[in-house]
Design a protein around this ligand. Structure first.
Ligand SMILES: CC(C)(COP(=O)(O)OP(=O)(O)OC[C@H]1O[C@@H](n2cnc3c(N)ncnc32)[C@H](O)[C@@H]1OP(=O)(O)O)[C@@H](O)C(=O)NCCC(=O)NCCS
Length: 186
């Protein structure tokens, strides 16, 4: 029943905006500026980037990039839907005009947020994944969320980028090598 999930998303977005909209507005600009300085990249909130551009970034990534990364659809329609949700805190990293990375917190009005990220294949291994985790922590903790993510033991770069950015607590070990982590505030 996709319509029911859409409705839940819309309700969550409305309630999230009431509870967190103002603090988010206050801190976002400051935090993105700090991480632009650290990374030398431009950071733009997802809703201000054409959905076609974001979708093209996803299409350009090799297939194995999606072995452990399936948080949402990557087509233009799915991206546009996420852009309309106040509770989906997505950020796009640009080098010049090129999208090089993407991260998000899927947030819930009751105070939880779930992190996700992808670095463009040519930019991996240079610390960007870790930097994005730090930025998401600053945004999420900055507005008072608790942060979580699911990571596979087999996705070494992802697990290490999580543990390099902050301490984490394993809340649950799942059957398929996935770990359910709570991200801890330093
Ligand atoms: C996971 C991902 C975001 C990491 O981004 P990244 O910019 O390459 O990560 P970093 O450069 O910050 O590296 C993080 C750590 O992983 C290690 N690492 C990076 N690539 C690695 C690899 N291929 N194998 C083993 N370790 C690796 C780094 O040495 C670093 O470890 P350290 O902090 O202990 O020194 C990126 O690989 C990616 O986009 N993967 C595809 C999408 C995905 O799986 N997303 C995560 C879903 S939960």
């Amino acid at each position: 029943m996709p319509w029911l999930w859409n409705l839940v998303d819309i309700m969550n977005s409305l309630l999230f905006n009431i509870r967190y909209g103002k603090p988010l507005l206050t801190i976002t600009n400051t935090i993105t500026k700090i991480y632009e300085k650290k990374s030398g990249l431009k950071i733009v909130p997802m809703r201000d980037v054409p959905a076609e551009k974001i979708s093209s970034f996803f299409i350009a990534q090799p297939e194995n990039s999606y072995d452990f990364f399936k948080p949402h659809g990557f087509d233009v329609k799915s991206i546009k839907r996420l852009q309309r949700l106040n509770s989906f805190l997505g950020y796009v990293f640009f080098e010049g005009e090129e999208v090089v990375a993407y991260c998000f917190i899927r947030a819930f009005f009751h105070g939880k947020g779930f992190r996700g990220r992808m670095v463009g294949v040519n930019h991996r291994g240079y610390g960007l994944g870790t930097l994005m985790n730090r930025m998401m922590n600053d945004v999420g903790f900055g507005i008072g969320l608790r942060l979580y993510e699911t990571v596979s033991r087999r996705n070494v770069a992802s697990y290490r980028s999580a543990t390099s950015a902050s301490n984490v607590k394993v809340l649950k070990e799942m059957d398929n090598d996935d770990l359910y982590l709570e991200i801890l505030k330093d």
